[in-house]
Design a protein around this ligand. Structure first.
Ligand code: GLA
Length: 531
C-alpha cells in the first residue's frame, strides 16, 4: 500500500482537522508591476496592508515576485540583487516587512533563468534560478535574509521557455529544492510550486500550494477558465496543501460582479489569496470585498477542504459545496456560480445539500442573514455572478453518492498527456452523472481511484454500487474497503445493460476509504453509491 493511501486512512480517524496551515493570504507584486519593482514600492505596499487593516483580516505575506535579481557572481556563485531596484539589497526590505508584523516571500525558478528573463526580457535575471545553486540560494533566502515563503517558477526548466533549452524533470528538481529548504533548518517555509498545471501527487511531499493553471490575466475569460480548470481537483486540497488558482485580479478592471465571483470562488476552492492590485490606491468597495469576513472564513476554514461540484446544470451553471469546521457536520457553504453570459436560475434542495431544515442561512457574499431555508433554494444569477451562502442544518443527512470526480487518483497529473503516459484522468462525457468521471485507471495498482471520505453514521453492512460505462475492452478490477483485500468486479461488456456492480461491505462508523484498482485497464468509473 503506498504512502498516500496510508496517509488518507490515518487522516480519516477524525472528522475534525488536526492543526495545519490554512491557505496563504497576502499580496504579490506580479499582477500590477511585473518586473518593475523596487524597495520603496514593496515597502509602501506592506505599509498599506497594515494601514488598511488587511493584516488583521488575515493577509500576512508580502511576496516579491520576479524582477529583483541582478545576475550571479561567477566566482562565488552567489545570487546578486538588482541594485537599481533595491539599492540596499533585500535585507532592509525583509526587515521592514517583519517589523510590521508581516511575513516576507521571495521568488525563484527551478531552472537557470526566470520567466521574466525570457518573457519580459529582464536581462539581469539570467542564471539566477535555483538549478545547481539550490543550497547556497536557500541559505541566503531563508537564513541570511529571513524570507518565509518562496514561489518557484519553471521557465528555466522548460526548454520552450528558456534560451539554453534546459529541460528538467519537475519532480526531481522540486524535490531537490524542497530538500535544500529543509537543510536550512527552517521548518516554517511555505513553498509554492509554479508549474502551471496540476503537477502530480508527488507535489504533496514538497509544497504547501501549487499552481494548477497558466497565468491569470485581468479579464473575465481568464477568471472563468481558471475556475473551470479547478472544478474537479478538490481531492488534492487536503490538510495544509492547496490548489493555487493564481494571484488575485480583484480591484483592477473586472466588473464589480466579476470581482465578487473571483473572490468568492477563490474562497470556496481554498486557493491561496494573494492580492495583486496596488494597495495604496485601493477603492473602498475593493477593500470591503477583500476583507469580507464571511468569505475569508470559508477560505480559511479549519478543515482545509476545497468545494466540490454538487450539480452541473444544463444551463451552464454550477452549484458547489464545502463542509465547514467538521466533515459531515451541519455547517456547509454553497456557491451558486454562473460562468455564462446569460441570466440563469439554479435550484437545489436541502436534501441534496444533505441537511435537514429549517436551516438558518447567511448570504456570505453580502454578509447578510437571509432567513431559514425550509426545503429548497432557487437562485437567479446575472451573467458572471456568484452567490455564496452558509447554511446550518438541524442535522446532516447521510451522503449516498460519491462522484468519481471527487476521488483522488493515485497517479493524477496534468503535465503529460494521460493517453501517452497511461495515467488516470477526469473525463467529460454526457453519459456520466454530472457529466464527468474517471478514465484510464488501472494497469498498475497505484493508478487507482480513492475516496477517503466515505462516511456512514453507524457501523454495519452497506451496499456499495460502482457505476461505470460498459466497455468491450475493459478488464476486471478490484474494490478494497479500508485497506482490506480487493473484491473482484467483472464489468459488463459494451451493449450489455448494467446497473453497476453491487457489493456488500462492512463499514465502520465515521470515515472509511474505498479504493478501486486493477492490473488491466478498468472501465470509465462514474460514481460510487452507498446504501
Ligand atoms: C510566470 C508565473 C507568474 C510570474 C511570472 C514572473 O509566468 O506563472 O506568476 O511569477 O512568471 O516572471
Amino acid at each position: 500500500m503506498n504512502k498516500l493511501i496510508a496517509g488518507a486512512i490515518i487522516a480519516s480517524t477524525s472528522l475534525i482537522a488536526s492543526a495545519f496551515e490554512t491557505p496563504t493570504m497576502g499580496w504579490s507584486s506580479w499582477n500590477t508591476y511585473r518586473c518593475n519593482i523596487s524597495d520603496s514600492l514593496i515597502m509602501s505596499q506592506a505599509r498599506a496592508m497594515v494601514d488598511l487593516g488587511l493584516d488583521s483580516a488575515g493577509y500576512r505575506y508580502i511576496n516579491i515576485d520576479d524582477g529583483f535579481q541582478g545576475g550571479r557572481d561567477k566566482a562565488t556563485g552567489r545570487l546578486l540583487i538588482n541594485l537599481n531596484r533595491f539599492p540596499g539589497g533585500l535585507k532592509p526590505v525583509v526587515d521592514y516587512i517583519h517589523s510590521l508584523g508581516l511575513k516576507a516571500g521571495t521568488y525563484s525558478d527551478a531552472g537557470l533563468n526566470t520567466c521574466g528573463n525570457y518573457w519580459d526580457r529582464d536581462t539581469l535575471s539570467v542564471e539566477v534560478g535555483l538549478y545547481g545553486h539550490e543550497d547556497i540560494d536557500c541559505q541566503m533566502f531563508f537564513n541570511e535574509l529571513g524570507f518565509d515563503f518562496i514561489k518557484v517558477d519553471y521557465c528555466g526548466g522548460d526548454p520552450e521557455q528558456n534560451n539554453q533549452r534546459l529541460s528538467l524533470d519537475p519532480e526531481t528538481q522540486y524535490r531537490r529544492i524542497a530538500r535544500a529548504i529543509r537543510s536550512t533548518g527552517r521548518d516554517d517555509i511555505r513553498l509554492n510550486v509554479c508549474r502551471w498545471d496540476y503537477p502530480g501527487t508527488w507535489v504533496d511531499d514538497v509544497a504547501t500550494s501549487w499552481r494548477v493553471t497558466h497565468d491569470i490575466w485581468c479579464g473575465w475569460e481568464s477568471v472563468r477558465d481558471i475556475i473551470a480548470e479547478n472544478l474537479y481537483l478538490s481531492a488534492y486540497a487536503r490538510g495544509g496543501h492547496y490548489n493555487d488558482m493564481d494571484m488575485l485580479e480583484v480591484g483592477r478592471t473586472l466588473t464589480p460582479t466579476e470581482d465578487r465571483t473571483h473572490m468568492a470562488m477563490w474562497c470556496m476552492m481554498s486557493s491561496p489569496l494573494l492580492i495583486g492590485c496596488d494597495l495604496t490606491t485601493l477603492r473602498p468597495e475593493t477593500l470591503k470585498l477583500l476583507a469580507n469576513k464571511e468569505l475569508l472564513a470559508i477560505n480559511q476554514d479549519s478543515l482545509g477542504r476545497q468545494a466540490h461540484v454538487l450539480h452541473a446544470d444544463s444551463n451552464g451553471g454550477y452549484i458547489l459545496v464545502k463542509d465547514l469546521k467538521k466533515l459531515y457536520g451541519n455547517e456547509r457553504a454553497v456557491a451558486f456560480y454562473n460562468p455564462t453570459d446569460s441570466v440563469i436560475v439554479l435550484k437545489t434542495t436541502l436534501e441534496d445539500l444533505e441537511l435537514t431544515g429549517p436551516a438558518p442561512c447567511r448570504n456570505a457574499t453580502n454578509q447578510a442573514y437571509l432567513g431559514t431555508v425550509e426545503s429548497w433554494m432557487s437562485i437567479t444569477l446575472q451573467p458572471h455572478e456568484t452567490e455564496v451562502y452558509t447554511l446550518t442544518g438541524k442535522s446532516r443527512l447521510m451522503r449516498h453518492r460519491y462522484e468519481a470526480e471527487t476521488a483522488r487518483l493515485g497517479m493524477y497529473q496534468e503535465l503529460y498527456n494521460p493517453h501517452t503516459v497511461g495515467t488516470a484522468y477526469y473525463t467529460h462525457d454526457g453519459r456520466l452523472s454530472g457529466g464527468v468521471g474517471v478514465a484510464l485507471a488501472g494497469v498498475t495498482p497505484n493508478n487507482d481511484i480513492l475516496w477517503d471520505d466515505i462516511y456512514v453514521p453507524a457501523e454495519g453492512d452497506y451496499e456499495l454500487t460502482v457505476h461505470y460505462l460498459p466497455d468491450r475492452d475493459a478488464k476486471h478490477f478490484y474494490m478494497s474497503v479500508n485497506d482490506g483485500d480487493g473484491m473482484r468486479i467483472d464489468p459488463a461488456k459494451e451493449g450489455e445493460s448494467t446497473t453497476g456492480a453491487k457489493l456488500k461491505c462492512h463499514l465502520k462508523s465515521g470515515l472509511n476509504s474505498v479504493r478501486l484498482f486493477g492490473t488491466g485497464r478498468i472501465p470509465v468509473i462514474d460514481l460510487l453509491e452507498v446504501k
